[in-house]
Design a protein around this ligand. Structure first.
Ligand SMILES: NC(=O)c1ccc[n+]([C@@H]2O[C@H](COP(=O)([O-])OP(=O)(O)OC[C@H]3O[C@@H](n4cnc5c(N)ncnc54)[C@H](OP(=O)(O)O)[C@@H]3O)[C@@H](O)[C@H]2O)c1
Length: 267
């Protein structure tokens, strides 16, 4: 992806959640290369500071580090208040932070499940609710939501996660339609498996299906930013992901669910 600073994002303020690792760090790198000033959000402050130093060195980027858990109720407003102190509006919102929990629903701790719902669903809606109105008023803005190919079919062993990502996809596609003509572009990127910390955090062992289909984090992030700039409502990076999602439309739902469970099982 071009690293020119002459593009439409030059000088824009971009907020990236989950920037301490994986896609989020790559979204930040790509946006920095396009001339954005950045707000980097996640819990691991040291990682964010190291990334901020890298972006300053490589692109002369100004970054603002916000160490915050978005799984806590009210955290969206805390973040918005911190950003308001910068005195600049957010032009680009990348709602990327998220995690999955692998295993049977009934065997998982409720507190962890609550954190997932708060981060993967509530904070995505709340941050969009907080920052999109300003974009609409100014007639300029870009929003990227990170869903998953898990959104397209229920996935046994990832029951809450696939449901959460289905919510994000449905919400994003609907809002993308509502924002048409407003000057604000909203896209949902639906990655398949990629080399980040996701699988380890979910407590899963990498399956054969995942090993065969693993994408690079940077490739996914580039596809996401391209989709966002083009205002494409939904983008599934990689033919190994988009083709099965297309074909599954023709399968009965119970077959799609059974296949998804089969590919994700560890035993
Ligand atoms: N990799 C895949 O195979 C894959 C496939 C489809 C979709 N996705 C989605 O892609 C997004 C990014 O995940 P990734 O693959 O890049 O995984 P990752 O490497 O584990 O990154 C997750 C990011 O989310 C942040 N995060 C986790 N809990 C948080 C919290 N409570 N508050 C704020 N930030 C939090 C993490 O930072 P801290 O730990 O420092 O807070 C980290 O920066 C997620 O929404 C995930 O569901 C991933």
């Amino acid at each position: 992806m071009s690293s020119t600073k002459q593009g439409e994002l030059s000088g824009a303020l971009a907020l990236v959640t989950g920037a301490s690792s994986g896609f989020g760090a790559d979204f930040a790198r790509i946006l920095a290369a396009q001339g954005c000033e950045l707000v980097l959000v996640a819990r691991r402050e040291e990682r964010l500071k190291t990334l901020a130093e890298e972006l300053a060195r490589e692109h002369g980027t100004v970054s603002h580090v916000v160490a915050l858990s978005l799984s806590e109720p009210g955290s969206g407003q805390i973040l918005a208040d911190r950003v308001a102190e910068l005195g600049k509006p957010v032009d680009v919102l990348v709602n990327n932070a998220g995690f999955g929990i692998h295993g049977n629903f009934l065997d998982q701790a409720w507190e962890r499940q609550r954190e997932l719902l708060e981060l993967d669903v509530v904070s995505v809606v709340h941050l969009t609710r907080l920052f999109a109105p300003g974009m609409r008023e100014r007639g300029r803005g870009w929003i990227l939501l990170v869903s998953s190919i898990g959104a397209f079919q229920a996935t046994p062993t990832y029951a809450i996660y696939s449901a959460a990502k289905a919510f994000v996809l449905s919400f994003g596609e609907a809002l993308s339609g509502e924002l048409k003509g407003s000057g604000v572009k909203l896209s949902v990127v639906c990655p398949g498996v990629a080399a980040t910390e996701f699988i380890e955090t979910a407590g899963q062992r990498t399956t054969l299906y995942q090993r065969l289909n693993m994408m690079k984090s940077r490739t996914v992030a580039e596809a996401g930013i391209r989709a966002m700039l083009a205002g494409r409502a939904c983008r599934i990076p990689g033919l190994q992901n988009s083709l099965p999602v297309f074909l599954l439309r023709f399968a009965p739902r119970r077959v799609a669910t059974a296949l998804a469970g089969l590919f994700m099982r560890n035993d």
